[in-house]
Design a binder for this molecule. Structure first.
Ligand code: 5GP
Length: 205
C-alpha cells in the first residue's frame, strides 16, 4: 500500500488542514446529506466514491453516490489489494478504492471518505494523521425517526440497521472529534473549515 500518512503540521510546526478526513457515524444520522451538501457547495473537497454490492436507491447514480457492483467483482477488488478499506454492512459489502484517494492526496487535494465505523477504524490504523470525525444524532429518538422515515429498507434490514446504529454510537470516543447533526449547514460549515481552513457551504436547498 502506498504511504498515505497525512501530516497536520507544516515544517514550521503550524497546523495545516487535514489531507484525509473520515466522516462516520450511525446509519441515517445524515452523513450522506452532509456529503451531498459538500458535493454541491465545496468542490475544493474531493469525495471518494465507494464500491458497494447493494442495489441503487431511487435517484442514485453509478459513479456518483457509489460504484454498484456484484459480490464477485467486489471480492476481486479485495483480493487484488485495490481497496483502502472495506466492510460488510447490513448484508452488503462497501469499500474505498485506494488509487483515486492516493492520487488526490498526492496532489494536495483534501479528501473526504464517508464510512461506517468499521471502515473508519481501518483507515485510522492504515493512515496515521487521518482526521476521524464522528457525526452524532441530537438524540437516539431522532436517529430512530430518521432511520424509519427514510422508508427505503425492508423491515428486516431496518432492524439490522438499528442494531448496527446502537453499536456504532458506542464507538464515538474512538474518534478525534464529534459533530452533532443539528443542522446540515452547521455540520457542513464545520467540516469544510476543518478540511480547508475556509468558511464553507451555502445553506442546503
Ligand atoms: P448506505 O447503504 O446507507 O448508503 O450505507 C450504509 C453504510 O455504509 C453507511 O454507514 C455508510 O457510511 C457506509 N459506507 C459507505 N461507503 C463505505 C465504504 O466504502 N466503506 C465502509 N466501510 N463503509 C461505507
Amino acid at each position: 500500500m502506498p504511504d498515505l500518512a497525512v501530516s497536520r503540521r507544516s515544517a514550521s510546526g503550524v497546523p495545516v488542514p487535514a489531507g484525509l478526513t473520515v466522516l462516520s457515524g450511525p446509519s441515517a444520522v445524515g452523513k450522506s446529506t452532509v456529503v451531498e451538501a459538500i458535493r454541491r457547495y465545496s468542490p475544493q473537497i474531493w469525495l471518494s466514491v465507494s464500491v458497494t454490492t447493494r442495489s441503487p436507491r431511487p435517484g442514485e447514480e453509478h459513479g456518483r453516490e457509489y460504484y454498484f457492483t456484484s459480490e464477485r467483482e467486489f471480492m476481486e477488488l479485495v483480493d487484488s489489494g485495490e481497496l483502502l478499506e472495506w466492510a460488510r454492512y447490513a448484508g452488503h459489502y462497501y469499500g474505498t478504492p485506494l488509487r483515486p484517494v492516493t492520487e488526490r492526496l498526492q496532489a494536495g487535494v483534501p479528501v473526504l471518505l464517508e464510512l461506517d465505523v468499521t471502515g473508519a477504524r481501518q483507515v485510522q490504523a492504515a493512515v496515521p494523521g487521518a482526521l476521524l470525525v464522528f457525526l452524532a444524532p441530537p438524540t437516539w429518538d431522532e436517529l430512530v425517526r430518521r432511520l424509519t422515515s427514510r422508508g427505503t429498507e425492508p423491515a428486516e434490514a431496518m432492524q439490522e440497521r438499528l442494531e448496527a446504529a446502537r453499536a456504532e454510537l458506542r464507538a464515538e470516543n474512538e474518534f478525534d472529534l464529534t459533530l452533532v447533526n443539528t443542522s446540515v449547514e452547521d455540520v457542513c460549515a464545520q467540516l469544510v473549515a476543518l478540511m480547508t481552513a475556509q468558511p464553507a457551504c451555502e445553506p442546503a436547498e
